[in-house]
Ligand binder design. Structure first.
Ligand code: 5GP
Ligand code: MG
Length: 182
């Protein structure tokens, strides 16, 4: 089973990720999130991050509603295709709510920009953003967005694990890493 061996160099260990998740929730404690607080994960890459965030957020006693939206900007490759499609919308009514959008990685900025506009257009009172990873070098001048909360700033390398995939592999890794060549 030689081909089953993992060739992933660890960039952030599971323990380092958990420390950052706790620190992000400390940051969030400083912001009001209104009477109705909805956390929206952008699928599929954010599922693990959102799951860890909500367990940590429990200590703030804010009773968030949890929902997801599925966006597609990627077609199996490692470059954004330029188009974002809404595959599945949120189910919770976000009108008048404080929404925290959670995504895996901020790359060109296209996906998060689309997500923020979409939730604003649905009538949210306030939208904040939280991304696990930020690649500022990759930001397109067309999408000059920054996230309110960032787990880690990373160089321009294609990362996998902790929800992030390469052609649907590696999402299950509890750490973040880079697939080694060869
Ligand atoms: P953007 O729309 O900002 O260009 O891209 C955001 C999306 O591209 C992310 O939500 C993620 O799905 C994907 N993406 C960007 N960079 C990486 C990366 O290094 N690794 C993986 N697995 N996905 C990435
Ligand atoms: Mg994504």
């Amino acid at each position: 089973m030689e081909q089953m061996k993992r060739h992933v160099d660890v960039m952030f260990s599971a323990a380092e990720i958990q420390q950052r998740v706790a620190a992000i929730v400390d940051e969030m404690a400083e912001h009001d999130c209104g009477k109705r607080f909805v956390m929206v994960g952008v699928l599929r890459g954010s599922f693990m991050f959102l799951a860890d965030l909500v367990r940590e957020i429990d200590r703030l006693q804010r009773e968030p509603h949890i929902d997801f939206m599925t966006l597609e900007s990627y077609h199996g490759g490692t470059e954004s295709s330029g188009v974002v499609r809404l595959r599945k919308d949120v189910s919770v009514d976000v009108r008048g709510a404080h929404v925290l959008l959670v995504d895996d990685i901020l790359d060109s900025g296209r996906t998060l920009t689309f997500a923020v506009r979409h939730i604003e257009n649905k009538g949210a009172a306030h939208v904040r953003t939280c991304v696990l990873l930020d690649k500022p070098e990759r930001r397109s001048p067309d999408f000059p967005i920054s996230a309110d909360h960032v787990g880690f700033t990373v160089p321009d390398k294609f990362v996998v694990g902790y929800g992030l995939d390469a052609d649907n592999r590696f999402r299950e890794l509890p750490y973040i890493g880079v697939v080694r060549d060869g």
